[in-house]
Design a protein around this ligand. Structure first.
Ligand SMILES: NC(=O)c1ccc[n+]([C@@H]2O[C@H](COP(=O)([O-])OP(=O)(O)OC[C@H]3O[C@@H](n4cnc5c(N)ncnc54)[C@H](O)[C@@H]3O)[C@@H](O)[C@H]2O)c1
Length: 333
C-alpha cells in the first residue's frame, strides 16, 4: 500500500512514520511537508535511507504539488497544520490558510485520485473548554472552539465531514489530547520545560498552573491511528483519550525527575482565550478494541532522558528563535 503522510517532519507525523515503517514494512510512505519553522527533517534521520520512505518538500495549499504527491496513493494521513496556539493569536490568517485551505486542497485531490481512505488528525480543542466538574468530551459534543488555532482545526474537521456527506469520500477523523514524546518542538510545554531546566533556566507556567490538559504518548497516538485505519467505520470520528493532569502537576513531575524544586517555576500571565480544561471520553475507541499502552509515570522519565541524550536535535531549535510575544495581539475590552 502507498501511504501519503502530510506534515511528516513535525512532531507527531515523524513519530507516526517511524511507527508505520516498523509495523508495516511492506508499505511505501511518502512524506509531504513544507518544512516550515516547525518541520524538522532531522527527526527522520534514522529512516531517510529506508527504500520504503520518500520525502517531498511541498505546500499542502498548492493544488499542483498535492495532486502530484497523491498519485497512486491508497491512504492519506493528514497531520500538516499550524499547531501552536500562541502563534495563532499573533498570526491567525496563516492558520486559516494552512489548516482550512490546505485541508480543502488535499480533500479535492483525494477525491480526484480516488484514494481509499482520507484520515484527518484533529484535536480535542475544537470542543472548547470544560469547567472542573463538566463531563468529558464525546464524539457528540458540539464544536465550540475559542482560539484561532482550534477554530481553524474545527473548520478543517467540518470540511472533511462535508466531503464524506457530499461526495462520499471515505474519511475518518480522530481528535486527541496533547501528545508527549521524543522529537517534540521545544516551543511546546513539556519539551520547553525539560530543555529550560536542562539549561538551568526557570520554566514559565501560566496562571497558577491550574489549567487541566490530557496527555497522550505519541506512540499511543500512532497505534490508535493504525487501529482506526483498520477497524474504524467510514465517516466516523473517534476521540483518543490520554491522562488528565493540571499543568502544575506535569511541571512538578518534570522537576522531580530532574531532582529540582519548585523555585525553578516562574508564574506568568495566561494567554488570551486560555481554555481551562480539556478532557476526553475515549469509550467509543475502547469499545472497538483499542487501548493505551503508555502512561506518564513510566514514560515521562524516558522522554526527559531522550532530551538529555539528544541535545543535537533540540538545541539549534531553541537558539535564535525569539519567544512568542503573547501580548502582541491585544484583546478588546
Ligand atoms: N501536538 C499535539 O499535542 C496535538 C494534539 C492534538 C492534535 N494535534 C494535531 O496533530 C497534527 C500534528 O501536530 P504536531 O504537533 O506534530 O505539529 P507540528 O507543528 O510539530 O508539525 C506540523 C508539520 O506540518 C508542516 N506544515 C505546516 N504547514 C504546512 C503546509 N502548508 N504544507 C505542508 N506542510 C506543512 C510543518 O512543516 C511541520 O512539519 C496537527 O494537525 C495538530 O493540529 C496535535
Amino acid at each position: 500500500m502507498r501511504v501519503l503522510v502530510t506534515g511528516g517532519a513535525g512532531f507527531i507525523g515523524s513519530n507516526f512514520i517511524r511507527y508505520w515503517l516498523q509495523n508495516h514494512p511492506e508499505d511505501k510512505i511518502v512524506n509531504l511537508d513544507a518544512l516550515t519553522y516547525a518541520g524538522h527533517i532531522e527527526s527522520l534521520k534514522d529512516v531517510e535511507e529506508n527504500p520504503s520512505y520518500a520525502f517531498t518538500k511541498g505546500d499542502i495549499t498548492d493544488p499542483e504539488v498535492v495532486s502530484s504527491a497523491m498519485e497512486g496513493v491508497d491512504i492519506v494521513v493528514h497531520y500538516a497544520a499550524e499547531s501552536h496556539v500562541d502563534r495563532s493569536i499573533v498570526d491567525p490568517l496563516q492558520f486559516v490558510k494552512t489548516n482550512v485551505l490546505g485541508t480543502a486542497v488535499l480533500l479535492n485531490a483525494a477525491l480526484e485520485k480516488k484514494v481509499k481512505r482520507f484520515h484527518h488528525i484533529s484535536t480535542d480543542e475544537v470542543y472548547g473548554e470544560l469547567g472542573p466538574n463538566d463531563p468529558s468530551f464525546t464524539e457528540n459534543t458540539s464544536y465550540s472552539p475559542r482560539t484561532p488555532y482550534s477554530a481553524s482545526k474545527a473548520g478543517s474537521d467540518h470540511l472533511v465531514r462535508a466531503y464524506f456527506e457530499t461526495y462520499g469520500l471515505p474519511v475518518t477523523i480522530t481528535n486527541c489530547a496533547n501528545n508527549y514524546g521524543p522529537y517534540h518542538d521545544p516551543e511546546k510545554l513539556i519539551p520547553r520545560f525539560i530543555t529550560n531546566l536542562l539549561q538551568g533556566q526557570k520554566v514559565p507556567l501560566m496562571g497558577k498552573g491550574e489549567n487541566i490538559r490530557e496527555w497522550l504518548h505519541v506512540e499511543d497516538h500512532a497505534s490508535a491511528i493504525d487501529f482506526v485505519l483498520q477497524k474504524g467505520k467510514i465517516g466516523q470520528t473517534y476521540l483518543i483519550q490520554g491522562e488528565e493532569k493540571t499543568n502544575l502537576e506535569i511541571t512538578k513531575m518534570i522537576l522531580k525527575i530532574l531532582g529540582m524544586d519548585e523555585n525553578m517555576i516562574e508564574f506568568v500571565g495566561h494567554r488570551l482565550g486560555h481554555d481551562f480544561r480539556y478532557a476526553i471520553n475515549g469509550e467509543k475507541l475502547k469499545e472497538l478494541g483499542w487501548e493505551r499502552k503508555h502512561n506518564l509515570e513510566e514514560d515521562l522519565p524516558k522522554v526527559v532522558e531522550w532530551y538529555k541524550q539528544n541535545e543535537w536535535w533540540w538545541k539549534p531549535l531553541k537558539e535564535g528563535r525569539p519567544n512568542i510575544d503573547r501580548s502582541a495581539q491585544k484583546s478588546y475590552g
